[in-house]
Design a protein around this ligand. Structure first.
Ligand code: NAP
Length: 408
């Protein structure tokens, strides 16, 4: 197993070596020019991972809120059509003005982000903000398997350090990076020190390494970087759709009619009795608010985004139960029984009902995380301050779609 500290050391060295081969001399932080950007001259946004759930909403938010130019960097060969397909599945707009959205196929780990010279030069001239959202969201992979994502961080850092304009880099991290924090500790809005244990999954470890790489890059290269640790993102609250039924909670709901039961708590997710999921449309607005922060040269910031107003699972459970009992009655079946999380797992010993390993991992007495400090995040985002508690009608609408075999 590859050690987190060891991996971090390797990637910090890659950041240190960024300009050595080309002989470019880096401006130390104090010599770099101060930002003069105003909203009028704020330049373009470079967005990654826009074909995914959160990325599609980020793109939509940027356009709704008037961003003049978004450069979308994705790995898909047919980048425009990949976006149209993703937006269609989510009920988001399908037309993109050539003047406001440019589609690029890129590989962040390659020199010049895998772009042609002229495209790379265009981006360098105009980008002032990066929202780096692309990542492999897989809880079963080892830290080692995230090498392409970590190399992508090096690529973006190189882009910023060589840019003639001041660039602010927002990295969409995850609360999973704090998975090694004891349940009795508050997760600070700061880079985690090494006295905390490593995150429990390769995914969480990769996010932790990336956060630390950015903090290092700010220190040695003078870039402005921000890591936003996002908690569980749910479906779209406005359109009442778009929570992929292959994710853990939807798949638990879909399995329930086969098991004949629903769990009274969610094991060690959140604290099992209340949930802090953030609808994907709200998460995109929060990230956009934060991406507009003015940051000083060489500064690095960490913000925690978990829902400030949790909803009791019992309320949401009732909504799911209503949907499932209606379906059961239409099919001549019995209403679902509410059982403990452990009993729910025991029922799933039925080989016909294979629950995701992540659902099984929630069978623990201890919550997954301690509490998250969110003061700085709240101060940085109006959208987070006005966030309403997750409504049970959302869960009812999402659950109806999952049971019908649809994501959206
Ligand atoms: N969903 C959550 O609850 C949650 C919570 C906390 C943080 N986050 C973070 O939010 C971001 C978006 O998550 P999501 O739920 O929207 O995930 P998603 O739907 O799986 O989307 C992931 C996006 O990243 C791209 N991507 C995946 N692996 C990649 C790789 N190895 N190299 C380059 N691009 C890659 C995908 O592109 P393709 O279309 O080419 O596959 C897609 O555009 C991620 O950084 C994730 O860690 C999500």
């Amino acid at each position: 197993m590859v050690d987190v500290e060891e991996t971090l050391h390797v990637y910090q060295s890659k950041i240190n070596a960024l300009f050595e081969p080309s002989g470019l001399v880096l401006k130390p932080p104090e010599e770099a020019e101060e930002s003069t950007s105003t909203l009028e001259s704020e330049g373009a946004i470079l967005l990654t991972g826009s074909t995914g759930a959160l990325g599609s909403h980020l793109l939509n938010t940027l356009l709704e809120r008037g961003t003049q130019m978004v450069y979308r960097l994705n790995r898909s060969k047919d980048s425009r059509n990949a976006q149209i397909e993703s937006n269609r599945n989510r009920g988001l707009p399908l037309r993109f003005s050539e003047d406001r959205v440019k589609f690029f196929t890129a590989d962040l780990a390659l020199p010049q982000l895998g772009l042609q010279d002229s495209d790379f030069a265009q981006l360098q001239r105009s980008v002032t903000r990066i929202i780096h959202n692309a990542w492999s969201v897989d809880f079963n992979k080892s830290l080692q398997s995230f090498a392409d994502c970590l190399d992508g961080i090096v690529g973006l850092v190189g882009f910023e350090a060589a840019s003639p304009r001041p660039v602010t880099d927002q990295f969409v991290s995850s609360i999973a990076s704090a998975g090694g924090t004891g349940q009795d500790q508050i997760v600070p809005e700061a880079v985690l020190d090494s006295t905390r244990g490593p995150a429990s999954t390769g995914y969480g470890q990769s996010k932790d390494v990336a956060e630390k790489m950015l903090a290092h890059a700010s220190k040695v290269l003078g870039i402005r970087s921000m890591s936003v640790r996002v908690g569980q993102v749910s479906g779209d609250a406005l359109r009442k759709r778009g929570w992929n039924r292959r994710e853990w909670l939807p798949s638990l709901v879909v399995s329930s009619p086969h098991l004949g039961v629903l769990p009274e708590s969610l094991g060690c997710a959140d604290d099992g009795n209340e949930v802090r999921w953030i609808p994907v449309d709200s998460a995109a607005r929060i990230l956009h608010d934060m991406s507009r922060k003015t940051m000083a040269i060489g500064s690095n910031e960490t913000l925690n985004v978990v829902h400030p107003k949790p909803t009791p699972w019992a309320e949401l459970l009732l909504a799911v139960q209503t949907v499932l009992d209606k379906v059961a009655s239409e099919r001549g079946g019995k209403p679902l029984e509410i059982v403990t999380y452990g009993e729910c797992q025991t029922m799933s010993a039925n080989p016909a009902v294979k629950l995701l390993p992540f659902i099984e991992s929630l069978l623990s007495e201890e919550p997954l995380f301690g509490a998250f400090a969110i003061d700085r995040a709240m101060a940085s985002s109006e959208s987070m301050r006005v966030l309403e508690p997750l409504q049970s009608d959302c869960l009812q609408a999402w659950a109806t779609k999952w049971i019908q075999g649809r994501d959206s």
